[in-house]
Design a protein around this ligand. Structure first.
Ligand code: 3H9
Length: 695
């Protein structure tokens, strides 16, 4: 776990715990012993700590947080480093994060490869840097930088770290050689001044002011999250309390956070985000299928979605043909793309070099023939099956045989789009969420024809453009919108029964969602729901009227049509739910619990159906879709995680209750899988798709 070697008078302690050299219990024990050995060896005059393989330790082992603590603690081990009379150098490469950075802050010197990153990402898993990080970083950088890094969790590259004094020197080339060379240069220098615990915080006199500034910032920016608030308190303590007292405060806050439900949910989200990349589908999985190389791409349609998708592809270095049907739409699209990229450069989110390259990669066109040689086409025209089929049939005829043809449809059946071509195996869905250049979720959809190679390729493209990609089976609405369906529909029904949009929104916002369903509807445009409803009716051969309350025996809301007919399409027309007259119904206003249950339990029920049918392979796929597609708060872990916390028994009973009361809403028909899982008390780790069910 820690490789020990001596090079002349320098002992090298190389942490060896792939993939990220996390400080698990074995590593702590190994490091402790290696430090003792180096201290005892009279030939050794200096010590270098580094990581084997791809990185310096990236922190404590997060998987151990759910287990009983085993000694030695990180702080206990690290303190030996500062106390020794031999200089200790942290030689950093890769990602030096969390406990890894804390380790480096106990060393007397820190040097880093130019491409290395350092940071304290603990806040993102609902905790704080609890091995003295909150007390030591401010002693190096001052309060302002420390508050910023610790409350945001952002990683910084070596040049920025050098500017703040977090590292002493940058190097290029081999880590061990650089470490040894540096260690030799400081071998006989006094260490007193290099021990951070002896230092004071330089801007301590402004502690109140800086802490107040960050407290109001984190309360606004990370509404509902507990950890950022405790990070501010702990960092402030570095300036207002003696070192040892500050450590006690840090430890108290860390224990509190570790036991909080929020941290457990955020850790679940961390591992789920990684788990969804291990996709599987009939005939293949992430291990058996290899992605095809993709260089050039095309986006069809330069509207809101098409331009957003083009920005994602351009920023990742793909060539993009942007196709529109007339010059004016095309010019507007190009203008939008430039505007988004320039705005992102101004905010410091996109480097200038990337933006300049993107400009050369964009190829606006009105000719389908220009797409003949591209490797991947993403169609992003409006939701109309016959139009999409027409486009796919045209593409099939003119594109080279290996081109993958994908649709950004949010609801239409991929099988029915694929049958318009003779290459169903190369047709798939790539469903982006608006705004596409910002939202992290990419829902990739396979049909009965799609090959695992196509799935592997679009999952790979998703990763390269920085999305969290989830692979799901095609069905009406796919995973995200299908599960969101009952949520939106119940919200409309509650209005018809006397609630106000404000009431419904505030219940969901109090739960932790950044926006309730009506504010979200105003934002994305109320015409979308109307078009989906009309398309669905059309596909069933039904003509809806303004009074239609049922579609094929299923209750529907008349409000969808009313809003559309009145031009209340949301923010884009300046009026939507938030300028809509209150329905003056005489029915009693439902209480908050009912709002919460009807919105959440209806979609949780759908989630279990999605799992049962194998549309999603795991509950993690569902939760990650909600976190990155609908901004579900990570500290609640996702709707399926939330259901597990509430208890499947209770959820099932309430779903039965609503089913009895609302027999014309099929989304209340209880999921069979939910019943089985609740009856058999199956732990969440074993909820899986129908075909794999161990029941
Ligand atoms: C901490 O340090 C607390 C202390 O302050 C105080 C303690 C008292 N533990 O992301 P990847 C796994 S808290 C366990 O796909 P990349 C990960 O699940 C910690 N496992 O790679 C995945 O496993 P699998 C503070 C971890 O190259 C595999 O490693 N540190 C940990 O895209 C590869 O990960 C953090 O929060 C861990 N700490 O990104 C850093 N880290 O293959 C969290 C990773 O089975 N980690 N794994 O799915 C990261 O941000 C990224 O993993 C990193 C590499 C940037 C390092």
């Amino acid at each position: 776990m820690v490789d020990y070697s001596v090079h002349g008078q320098v002992a090298v302690l190389e942490v060896n715990n792939p993939p990220v050299n996390a400080f698990s219990h074995n590593v702590r024990v190994g490091l402790d012993r290696s430090i003792d050995k180096a201290i005892k060896d009279t030939n050794v005059k200096a010590i270098v700590i580094c990581g084997k393989g791809r990185t310096f330790p990236a922190g404590a082992d997060i998987r151990e947080f759910d287990q009983p603590h085993k000694e030695p603690s990180l702080t206990l081990v690290f303190e030996k480093l500062e106390k020794t009379t031999k200089p200790v150098v942290a030689a950093i490469h890769g990602t030096c994060l969390g406990g890894g950075l804390e380790c480096a802050l106990f060393c007397h010197y820190r040097i880093a490869q130019k491409t290395a990153r350092v940071g304290f990402p603990e806040v993102q898993i609902g905790i704080l840097p609890g091995a003295a990080g909150t007390q030591r970083l401010p002693r190096l950088t001052g309060l302002h930088v420390a508050m910023d890094m610790i409350t945001s969790g952002r990683h910084i590259f070596a040049p920025e770290a050098l500017k703040y004094g977090i590292i002493d020197e940058m190097f290029t080339g081999d880590v061990i050689n650089a470490g040894i060379k540096f260690a030799k240069s400081v071998m006989n220098k006094p260490l007193e001044d290099r021990c951070l615990m002896n230092k004071t915080v330089k801007d301590a006199d402004q502690a109140d002011q800086i802490a107040d500034e960050f407290m109001s910032l984190v309360k606004r920016k990370y509404k509902g999250f507990e950890a950022p608030i405790d990070c501010v308190k702990a960092v402030k303590a570095s300036a207002t309390l003696p070192y040892r007292e500050g450590l006690k405060m840090e430890s108290r806050l860390m224990q509190k956070l570790l036991l909080s439900g929020q941290s457990a949910a955020q850790r679940y989200a961390f591992f789920s985000e990684r788990a969804v990349s291990r996709w599987k589908m009939p005939g293949g999985n992430f291990q058996t299928a290899k992605p095809l190389p993709i260089k050039s791409t095309a986006v069809i349609g330069a509207g809101t979605m098409g331009t957003g998708i083009a920005v994602c592809l351009l920023n990742a270095g793909y060539q993009v043909y942007l196709l529109e049907q007339n010059q004016k739409f095309l010019e507007n699209g190009v203008k939008t793309i430039r505007g988004i990229i320039e705005g992102s450069v101004r905010l410091g989110k996109t480097p200038m070099a990337v933006a300049q390259k993107a400009a050369t990669l964009l190829k606006p066109t009105m000719k389908y023939e220009d797409l003949a040689d591209v490797d991947l086409v993403i169609e992003a025209v409006y939701e109309n099956l016959s139009l999409k089929r027409e486009i796919f049939s045209k593409l099939d005829k003119l594109c080279k045989p290996t081109t993958l043809l994908c649709s950004n449809t949010s609801s239409l059946d991929i099988d029915r789009i694929g049958t318009a071509t003779k290459r169903g195996d190369k047709v798939a869905g790539m469903h982006f969420f608006a705004p596409a250049y910002y939202m992290r979720l990419l829902e990739n959809i396979y049909s009965t024809q799609t090959s695992p190679t196509t799935a592997a390729t679009i999952m790979d493209v998703g990763r390269k453009i920085g999305k969290v990609s989830v692979l799901v089976k095609s069905c009406q609405g796919f995973l995200a919108n299908r599960m969101r369906g009952p949520f939106a529909v119940e919200a409309y029904f509650l209005l018809e029964e006397g609630s106000t949009p404000q009431e419904v929104d505030s219940v969901m916002e109090n739960l932790g969602m950044p926006m309730g369903p009506f504010k979200t509807g105003d934002l994305s445009g109320l015409d979308i729901g109307y078009k989906i409803q009309t398309e669905l009716a059309k596909s069933k051969g039904v003509e809806l009227s303004v009074d239609s309350k049922f579609l094929m025996g299923e209750r529907i809301s008349t409000l969808t049509r009313t809003m559309y007919d009145n031009g209340r399409l949301g923010r884009k027309t300046g009026k939507g739910w938030y300028r809509y007259e209150k329905p003056g119904g005489k029915l009693a206003t439902p209480d908050e619990e009912e709002i919460l249950e009807r919105l959440m339990y209806s979609c949780i029920n759908e989630g279990f159906k999605i799992l049962e049918e194998g549309v999603a392979a795991t509950p993690e796929d569902i939760d990650i879709s909600w976190i990155y597609g609908f901004s579900w708060p990570k500290y609640l872990g996702g709707p399926m995680y939330y259901a597990n916390r509430i208890g499947l028994d209770k959820i099932y009973q309430r779903i039965c209750y609503y089913h009895e009361n609302f027999p014309y809403s099929s989304h209340w028909i209880p999921s069979r899988l939910l019943l089985k899982l609740s009856e058999n008390k199956v732990p969440m780790s074993q909820w899986c798709s129908g075909t794999d069910s161990k029941l």
